[in-house]
Design a protein around this ligand. Structure first.
Ligand SMILES: *Cc1c(COP(=O)(O)O)cnc(C)c1O
Length: 355
């Protein structure tokens, strides 16, 4: 069936899987909705985008993505308010960023109207999967990969852009303590750190496993050349509260320009919280922890919004942060979520309604 009002080809699932899903016991990223969005690139252009039942792909084993990791992705969420209206949070940022990531991986840019038409149609078709209630959401995973057959180490001429969606509950990642990286690096100058390139994440698993053996849940990466400056965590930017001042590293070609990060900075400025965007040295944080000036650390990212960090380790020493009453982490999480769920004024025009 061709949808007459749009450029999309829509193939509806015969039945829904939704009745088999226990929405009170969701494991993050395990269950997917009834439909998915798919658009192929060949002969120099993006073909007619399709929405079809969620299902397996069939690809040649020689497809470039399997050999050279020519793939990028995004992470975003849809929220439902008490009146069943569906909202996205700053989706243009994700759209722009996936194309920025694609450019770095020599993947052709994806057209904006395909992205929004495809995403919004998909969300409306699978809207029953977006559960109401503060903390419930639909995690959205757009991604692009090189599908052309052939193992020559060169950019592919064929790609697939897809969007899949997974219902998510309020994400509680457990207590998070981090290790400041002393040896391993995530990104280097001139590299791909700023892109959500698939390989950036696969390369973190091994060092993170080693950190887990030492009792940490995540690594805060330090700059690759000196390991003296703190950059970001696995899929989160990182903030430090020293006294009542908030400090975070500037974005660069090594650090991902997080949507949550920039929203936190804007909210901090709006609430007259002193915020400094500058390099943060490991030494400064060690000193602040020892003097008691280090009051909080937290990560920011779409999946968890704000994730408090309870302690950190560096060179065999472990540091615990004090318990705090008027936590910035809690303030930013509540403030951001109220905006996301249409429960607070949207002063900055961040909400985008799916109609
Ligand atoms: C996705 C991601 C973030 C967070 O970005 P948001 O837009 O806030 O979700 C931070 N760092 C890295 C490395 C990431 O991949």
């Amino acid at each position: 069936m061709k949808n007459l009002t749009s450029m999309l080809d829509i193939q509806k699932a015969d039945t829904s899987k939704i009745d088999q899903v226990d929405f009170n016991n969701l494991v993050f990223g395990q269950v997917f909705t009834d439909h998915m969005f798919e658009c192929d690139y060949k002969n120099g252009s993006w073909q007619t985008p399709v929405i079809k039942p969620y299902g397996n792909l069939s690809m040649p084993p020689s497809a470039r993505v399997f050999h050279y990791g020519q793939a990028v992705f995004e992470g975003m969420k849809a929220y439902k308010d008490q009146d069943d209206q569906i909202w996205l949070f700053r989706p243009e940022e994700n759209f722009n960023r996936i194309n920025k990531s694609s450019e770095r991986l020599a993947i052709p840019e994806f057209p904006k109207e395909y992205f929004f038409e495809g995403l919004e149609t998909l969300l409306k078709m699978d809207s029953a999967w977006i559960q109401k209630g503060f903390g419930n959401s639909l995690y959205i995973r757009p991604f692009v990969m090189a599908t052309e057959a052939g193992v020559s180490a060169s950019p592919a001429g064929e790609y697939k852009f897809m969007i899949i969606c997974s219902p998510a509950q309020a994400y509680y990642s457990g207590e998070v303590r981090v290790k400041f990286s002393e040896k391993f690096s995530r990104a280097a100058d001139g590299g791909v750190g700023y892109a959500k390139a698939a390989g950036n994440y696969g390369a973190q698993f091994y060092p993170t496993n080693l950190a887990k053996e030492e009792g940490f849940q995540q690594i805060v990466w330090t700059d690759a050349s000196t390991h003296e400056y703190l950059e970001e965590a696995g899929t989160m930017n990182v903030f430090f509260r020293i006294g009542d001042k908030l400090v975070t590293a500037p974005t660069s070609d090594r650090i991902l320009d997080g949507v949550t990060r920039k929203s936190v900075i804007t909210l901090a400025e709006d609430h007259h919280i002193d915020v400094e965007v500058r390099r943060v040295s490991v030494q400064e944080i060690l000193d602040a922890a020892k003097s008691g000036e280090l009051k909080e650390m937290f990560g920011s990212g779409t999946a968890t919004v704000i994730n408090p960090i309870l302690g950190f380790g560096f060179k065999g020493e472990k540091y615990e942060l004090p318990k705090i009453e008027d936590s910035y982490a809690k303030f930013f999480k509540d403030t951001l979520m109220k905006i996301q769920y249409n429960e607070a004024e949207d002063k900055f025009g961040w909400r985008h309604q799916v109609k």
